[in-house]
Design a protein around this ligand. Structure first.
Ligand code: AVI
Length: 334
């Protein structure tokens, strides 16, 4: 059960310009522009350098952060049911695969019915290496890692389509929640544009839950999420010659009821000036002023079905974890 035609493909064959990898100049520009806004902000993608990725892995194992375990539980329990909705000859592409640990359940179920080509797409080369290790023992999976942005990678993956093949795109872990809601719609529409009618998207979304449990999940007593957040300042110091004094900033969590989202901020504990040489920027922070670093939107089941309709899909089925309210939704491109 192997698919030798794909074994020979390398990332560069499919994706000649890995231009989406955030280069230092882009990072410097984003920092300059974000820190110059009245509500200072930094794009959350920059949380995930090597240290940030390791800290996020640790977050997923914290007892207070149930999101990743719920996602994995659903895939473990319902992999077969999910696949029953889909035709044979599936090709799987995963947006932001990370280490691919959760995906294993689905791929194992799938390889019982067919040999499989799997395209993990991630801007992190180290995540793709981990992913390759995760699936090294699964001989019937031909893994073609794409070090690219989600949409660039997806374009590259679908360009290999042969007649009769159906794509299943995985967008797990509630990463969609890190987009502003209108931006999420726009992104999902773009995903749809890459696909053909009958292709599928499996979307993992964290559901609304009591605010107290969200506060614990995003401000854990061990301080792992705080380290994950503050690492962004440390990264600016390392890569852009910044001089943030980390001890003078703290991790802060807010819940915006209207937007139904957790917001992660970094609070300046005193009035202070910071210089970032590569961004040609000096900013003066007031005591209590914050830098907004991430938004984590929460969803209800009905709005996930509505989102499908707005973006060119129909929601075929949903599976819900009740221990940590979380949903996998299977969307079919119309
Ligand atoms: C990656 N993303 C889905 C996580 C979330 O929960 O929104 C990121 C995260 N930020 C702090 N903890 C986890």
């Amino acid at each position: 059960m192997s698919t030798p035609a794909f074994d020979a493909l390398k990332i560069d064959d499919l994706c000649p310009t890995p231009s989406a990898t955030p280069i230092r100049e882009e990072f410097a520009r984003a920092v300059r522009s974000g820190l110059s806004k009245p509500q200072r902000e930094l794009p959350s993608i920059y949380l995930y350098d090597e240290v940030g990725t390791a800290l996020f892995e640790a977050i997923t194992k914290l007892p207070e952060y149930g999101l990743t375990r719920a996602d994995e539980r659903l895939l473990r329990r319902y992999a077969h049911q999910i696949l029953e909705h889909l035709p044979p000859s599936l090709i799987v592409a995963e947006l932001g695969s990370g280490s691919g640990r959760k995906t294993r359940w689905l791929l194992e179920a799938l390889t019982r019915r067919q040999a499989l080509v799997y395209f993990p797409i991630d801007i992190s080369a180290s995540a793709l290496t981990k992913c390759r290790q995760e699936f090294a023992d699964m001989g019937s999976v031909s893994l073609v890692g794409l070090e690219a942005s989600y949409l660039e990678g997806l374009h590259a993956a679908v360009s290999t389509r042969r007649p009769g093949q159906t794509f299943l795109v995985l967008f797990l872990g509630s990463t969609v929640g890190n987009f502003e809601r209108p931006a999420a719609d726009k992104f999902l529409r773009e995903v749809r544009r890459c696909l053909s009618p009958g292709d599928a998207l499996l979307l993992g979304c964290d559901l609304e839950k009591p605010v107290e449990s969200l506060f614990l999940a995003y401000d854990d007593p061990l301080g792992v999420t705080a380290a994950f957040n503050l690492n962004l300042l440390a990264r600016i110091n390392r890569e852009l010659q910044g001089d943030f004094v980390l001890e003078q900033f703290s991790h802060q969590i807010r819940y915006d009821k209207r937007e139904r989202r957790v917001e992660m901020h970094i609070r300046s504990e005193r009035r202070q000036s910071v210089s970032i040489r590569a961004s040609e920027l000096t900013c003066t922070f007031r005591e209590g002023e914050t830098i907004w670093t991430e938004a984590c939107h929460k969803f209800c089941l009905e709005e996930i079905s509505e989102m499908a309709q707005h973006t060119g899909f129909v929601c075929r089925a949903q599976w819900v974890d009740h221990e940590w309210p979380f949903a996998e939704s299977l969307w079919i491109a119309v």
